[in-house]
Unconditional design. Sequence first.
Length: 159
Amino acid sequence: MRRILSYLFFGLLAADATAASASVDRQRLETEYTVKAIASILVAEAGCDKQPGLLAVAEVIRNRAREKHKTPIAIIKQPGAFSSLLDTDLDALISKQRNHPQFPTALKIARSLLRRPASLPDTTHRATHFDHINNAPYWVQFARATATIGSHRFYRTAY
């Protein structure tokens, strides 16, 4: 009887370990998807500005996430939050951007944003919005310009 109970006990432990392993694998895949999604946004929005522009857009995502108490992926999934998602979805954007020369750099920045958001610099001075320097969107009247990086101007608005 003792042997049977022992087999049952260790069998349950093995089943728990398998379930835990599956959960870890699922979480790893979700995290990797999130990294690719954020990197795709960075490249689509500021790939032309190389690393300084990519970092600046990551700062905006971080600042919005902090102020709205949301995750970075929740921020980029908000309807209308990023122009690069207006006519497409994240999966298509990832497919389009993964071959961009700035994508490896964007992946590193996205990982930093997710793992150590405080490690990102504050080159945008707590900006929560940005747009191309030649644009003047309606919301600029409610915002304060904080920085110009590459071809983008960064703004801070009160939520």
